[in-house]
Design a protein around this ligand. Structure first.
Ligand SMILES: C[S@@+](CC[C@H](N)C(=O)[O-])C[C@H]1O[C@@H](n2cnc3c(N)ncnc32)[C@H](O)[C@@H]1O
Length: 251
């Protein structure tokens, strides 16, 4: 039987990879890499560096390009479902054609596979096709959210309190809790939050040599973050940033 591991590799710091992940990579014959366009070559390189650092036996890298995604769809959910179906076809072909019987393949997932990542859903779709059989295991990784909290030296929740993790797109509907973690925000959605008592703990490229951290009152630091973000994005060609918004009783 083919074996497939979905391995969380942390969100940019190669030291964040777990011992369990290193052990799994030590047994791998084939690494599957999905390219996301030239802007994100740095991210593909980081995955390759991790392989070079932790895999000591011979292994093959099999690369494929992500299908183009409609960024301005009339219906967001339908567009994402279509995109996942195209990706499932690519993953199915890679596992069926490129992973020989009784060999071990791995998809390296940024951060942890459970958080805003479609790999597990896509691999489920592949399994449901029943055109290729494999044993699956999932190895957790350190998320960008954990890395952000560690770098700001903060706990995400207040005592006994909830945390809401959401996207920039959904934040524009308002903060749904007093502690909100925002990911996938291409438009500085924090600008929509007007409450003067809100603090922001922001980080870009967290865990990497290019890391940028800013924290303080949202009303004071927001414009500065917007500028830093746009400059960094222009410099690198891409950006990944995450932040915690924390409501306080201050005003
Ligand atoms: C597709 S999601 C993947 C999240 C990933 N599975 C995780 O566990 O962190 C990509 C988003 O994660 C966040 N992100 C990932 N890596 C990051 C990093 N090194 N620094 C800051 N944010 C990061 C950003 O919000 C980015 O838009």
């Amino acid at each position: 039987m083919k074996k497939l591991s979905i391995v969380g590799i942390g969100a940019g710091n190669p030291d964040h990879i777990t011992v369990q992940a290193i052990k799994a990579l030590g047994n791998v014959d084939v690494i599957f890499l999905i390219g996301k366009g030239s802007d994100k070559n740095d991210l593909a390189q980081l995955r390759k560096d991790i392989c070079a650092r932790y895999i000591t036996k011979p292994y093959r890298i099999v690369e494929a390009q992500d299908p183009e995604r409609d960024r301005t769809p009339a219906n967001y959910e339908t567009a994402v479902t279509d995109w996942h179906t195209q990706r499932a076809a690519i993953y199915e072909r890679m596992i069926r054609e490129e992973l020989p019987e009784d060999q071990h393949g791995a998809f390296l997932v940024w951060g942890d596979p459970s958080l805003y990542d479609s790999t597990l859903r896509i691999v489920d779709q592949v399994a449901a096709m029943k055109t290729v059989m494999f044993d699956l295991d999932v190895i957790p990784g350190i998320t960008s959210v954990q890395a952000l909290a560690a770098r700001h030296k903060i706990a995400l929740n207040r005592i006994g309190g909830p945390i809401h993790i959401t996207t920039g797109r959904l934040l524009t509907n308002g903060m749904q809790a007093d502690d909100v973690v925002v990911m996938l925000d291409g438009d500085c959605a924090f600008k929509s939050v007007k409450d003067p008592g809100v603090y922001i703990y922001w980080g870009a490229y967290v865990g990497t040599a290019d890391e940028i951290l800013v924290s303080g009152k949202l009303q004071e630091r927001g414009p500065e973050i917007e500028k830093i973000r746009s400059d960094a994005r222009a410099r690198h060609g891409w950006i990944m940033d995450t932040y915690l918004l924390r409501k306080t009783s201050e005003s």
